[in-house]
Design a protein around this ligand. Structure first.
Ligand code: SAM
Length: 270
């Protein structure tokens, strides 16, 4: 039961996981400055050894907050390229006392390439990577053969990659390349742990009645380093048409990004 001083926040009518604790229970979860490139020492970062979960392009951090609350025995590193969303997410991690989270401003590809030791990560999550609609932005799309190869390299052999999008063209592309790296199982229904959506974007897409494509990917065991390199060279890059009509959802998502953060949180009645 919440104490009178614990507070809940919500966005789009859906509570943000966890409650704001009294200040003396807050944690320090910011990874303020990335160290020089080299494998991150997670044991030093979290002060313990635990399975590591990454959330790449975490936005306002909902999925990581949920996972960290549900699984206190797992440590979580969430990243995004936008400092403002990481600021919101970090504050929420702090206010919920989630010492099993860290938040960093860095691209997903760069994090995997420069900071993650091979075969060291238990789960990598990537929810609704930016589709990038303009031709000149296509190179910014996160999911491409090189990225999938980095995910494969980062994961433990029995690790898990969770990828999801509401963009049909992006999903068609993912469904055509991901099986070269992973055994992919589609998960067509909402996540049982978050039926209204694990993330801000999933909540919006569900509320708009859009289809959501979710994939649970297990690394293929038969891939050598050379085979991975060959896949990166030969598989197509994500040159699909993301359909500009879907841009409206991006606008909605970024509009009033995190209105809950600007309003005083509600006090939950006992
Ligand atoms: C559509 S939003 C989805 C956010 C969140 N995962 C969700 O589902 O609500 C895409 C996010 O990816 C971030 N992003 C874009 N390119 C990125 C990259 N190369 N690496 C990490 N994050 C990236 C954006 O800043 C944005 O926060």
């Amino acid at each position: 039961m919440n104490s009178p001083s614990e507070q809940v926040e919500e966005e789009f009518g859906v509570p943000i996981p966890g409650t704001i604790l009294p200040e003396d229970q807050w944690a320090k979860t910011a990874l303020k400055k990335m160290p020089p490139p080299g494998p991150l020492d997670f044991a030093a970062l979290f002060g313990r050894t635990a399975p590591i979960v990454l959330d790449l392009g975490c936005g306002n951090g909902r999925s990581t907050l949920l996972s960290a609350l549900q699984r206190p025995d797992f440590d979580h590193l969430a990243s995004d390229i936008l400092p403002v969303v990481i600021r919101y997410a970090t504050r929420r991690g702090n206010q919920r006392g989630l010492s099993n989270t860290r938040w960093a401003v860095i691209g997903g590809r760069e994090l995997l390439r420069d900071y993650i030791a091979p075969h060291s990560i238990t789960e990598i999550h990537c929810y609704h990577p930016q589709p990038y609609y303009e031709r000149h932005e296509i190179g910014k799309r996160l999911i491409m053969p090189e990225f999938l190869s980095l995910v494969h390299r980062a994961l433990l052999p029995d690790g898990l990659f969770v990828i999801q999008t509401d963009n049909p063209a992006y999903w068609n592309y993912i469904a055509s390349v991901a099986p070269h790296f992973f055994e992919v199982q589609e998960h067509p229904t909402p996540w049982p742990d978050a039926p209204s959506g694990r993330t801000r974007r999933e909540i919006l897409a569900l509320q708009k009645g859009l289809p959501i494509f979710r994939g649970l990917c297990k690394p293929r065991a038969d891939l050598t380093e050379d085979a991975l390199k060959a896949l990166v060279k030969t598989l197509p890059r994500p040159n699909f048409n993301a359909d500009r009509r879907l841009m409206v959802l991006d606008r909605l998502e970024s509009e009033g990004e995190d209105p809950a953060a600007k309003q005083p949180p509600q006090r939950r009645r006992r």
